[in-house]
Design a binder for this molecule. Sequence first.
Ligand SMILES: N[C@@H](CCC(=O)N[C@@H](CS)C(=O)NCC(=O)O)C(=O)O
Length: 203
Amino acid sequence: MAGAVLTIYGDAISGNCHKVRFVAERMKVPFRWVETSVVNKETRTPAFLALNPVGQVPFVTLPDGRGLAQSNAIMLYLAEGSELIPKDPFARAQMMQWLFWEQYSHETVIAVRRFHKHYLKKTDSEIEPSLLPRGEKILGLMNDHLAQRNYFVGERLTLADIALVAYTRFGHEAGFDLQKWPKVRAWVQRVEKDLGAESALPA
Ligand SMILES: N[C@@H](CCC(=O)N[C@@H](CS)C(=O)NCC(=O)O)C(=O)O
C-alpha cells in the first residue's frame, strides 16, 4: 500500500543504500527508512521478496505505491532535473560512464572485499585473492583521474561522485589504506563534506 512519503528499504551498513539516503537528503525528499538487514536475511523474507523479488536493498516505494530497485537507478530518479545530473549531454554521459563502471568494476571488488573481510570476518587467505590487486588498480585509476580535478565530472558534485564515494570511504574496511592514494582520500573528504556526512575515514 502506498505511504505518504518515499519509503527506503535499506541496510545501515550498505554503501549502495547510503547512496539513496544521501540523494534523498540532498534533494530534501521526505522519506522513512525501513532497516532491512542483509546479514539477518531480512531481504529474503516472503514479505520483502513480494516487494522486490531480487531480494536486495536498496529498494524504494514511492508515495503512489510504485517500487524501484538498483541504487543508481533510484539516485537518477530522485535527482532528476537537479544539479547532481549535468545538463550537457556529453557530461551527463560521462557521469553515466562512471555509474556503470562503479557497478561493474568498483562495487564488485571494493564492496565485496569489505563484506568478506569486515562483516564475515574472513582472513585474507580466505578471500578471493584477485580482489586485492584489482582494488589497488581501481584506486590507482581513480587517483590518476582526480590528479587535476576535484570531482569526477566537471567541477561539481554529481551522482558519479556519490556512487563512487559510497564504498571508497570504507576502503580501509576492505583492506585498502587510502593514504596510498592521497587524491582519492582528499576527494572522499570533499564529497563527505558536501553531503554533510560524518567522515567514515580513519583519522
Ligand atoms: N546493483 C545493486 C546491488 C544491490 C546489492 O547488492 N544489495 C546488497 C546489499 S549492498 C543486498 O541486498 N544483498 C542481499 C543479497 O543479495 O542477498 C544496487 O546497486 O542496488
